[in-house]
Design a protein around this ligand. Sequence first.
Ligand SMILES: [Mn+2]
Length: 471
Amino acid sequence: MFHAEVYRNRRRRLISQIGSGLILLPGHLDAPMNYVDNPYPFHQDTSFLYFVGLDQPGMAAVLDADSGTEIVFGSDPTEDSIVWTGPLPTIREQAEQVGISSTMQIEQLPQILRQARQQGRMIHTLPPCRPETAIQLHRLLDIPIDEIPNQCSEPLIRAVVEQRSIKSSDEIRQIESAVEITHAMQRAAARVARPGIREYQVVAAVDHACRWHGGMPGFISIVTTHGEVLHNRVCTETLQPGHLLVCDIGGETPLHYTGDITRTLPVGGRFTARQKDIYAIVHRAQRAAIAAMKPGVEFRAVHRLACVELARGMTAMELMKGDPDQAVAAGAHTLFFPCGLGHMLGLDVHDMEGLGEDFVGYTDTIRRNPTFGWRSLRLAKALQPGFVVTVEPGIYLIPDQIDRWQARNQCRDFINYDALQAWRDFGGIRIEDVTVVTESSCAILGPAFPSTAQQLEEMILSEQSRKDSPY
Ligand SMILES: [Mn+2]
């Protein structure tokens, strides 16, 4: 964890922004996979982690915004539990590490909250992402489960999002280290992705590299020869020469900051001419987007700029036609790029999305555009120094979409449907990096890493000719 002072400052700022009432931050419980003693790997609630820093199941914190009192609730190890877990610190010892001096057993939490409610005090909570937490809030606050989303505190959501959106230098170092783990995962993919190998074997190499470097996957790895399926999690295909393999993967550090990087590898080590052409368009769009990012620039404008770059390239390939600006205004690009350009990243791969995507990416005046493609844009508002954002344009040839659009004659002034027929089986290409907005511009986080088609070919060649131990 970070130094106690880091967590103390975060809580102090939160308390002063909320002003009055109690702030209730429940941590996650262990989530059973099939029975209680066989839980999923524990992952703490990330807002609890951000403000309280403790990474054990079954805890909660109450911050009193009127008096400034902070209490951590948890369970001390018992004679019986130590048999299974070995010696663990007491709740008091844990709380001291994050600068909190008051502790209580978790069983006392209902009583504390009941008292507060009897006194008519406001209890601020965040929207729970897990049903176990929703049930807990229902019991603690006597709110019907279905009502919980409406009863959450908007001032608290806004204050948490505001604070978590700006990454400190400590956090940026963490994300850089997550990016380095993720680079190792990408190199492992490049090393094993040969004809005859199954997609799940690439996943195995990627996961191995992640854990070898002390990380854990930050999300389910997307390793697929069907890159046109944006979040394809089926990975049973056998790699064939000429396949494109999309690897959208990320490792998280022991403090749970995650990476999220995509590379699209040519199986067999060489891109075909048409793959190279499309690759170059996506790469150009990504670099143009990153070059345009700086404080004050709205990310929806960066998204639009990337879309125009993609449309320009597709027009040069004669798969689209007409003026690229007008094509984007008409939404024609969404046939090939039906999603958003990127999202915030931090303790969550889509950072803070559990608190509500619109609170994170939009404002009272910058509203979500509900049209296809645009509605998947997770971040639209103006960039600020300290924002950490992924930039991930792609070109996806989705046969189902092509057929539906063509049947409707959709955007026929901008799409060359006849030429597209020869591209139905192309698949997809995505390139994704993690960037940080600085005082005056934007930079890709982490050490330099292959990103052009030629650099990827060189990386595959060098990884696959290595004779030393894998990592
Ligand atoms: Mn991403």
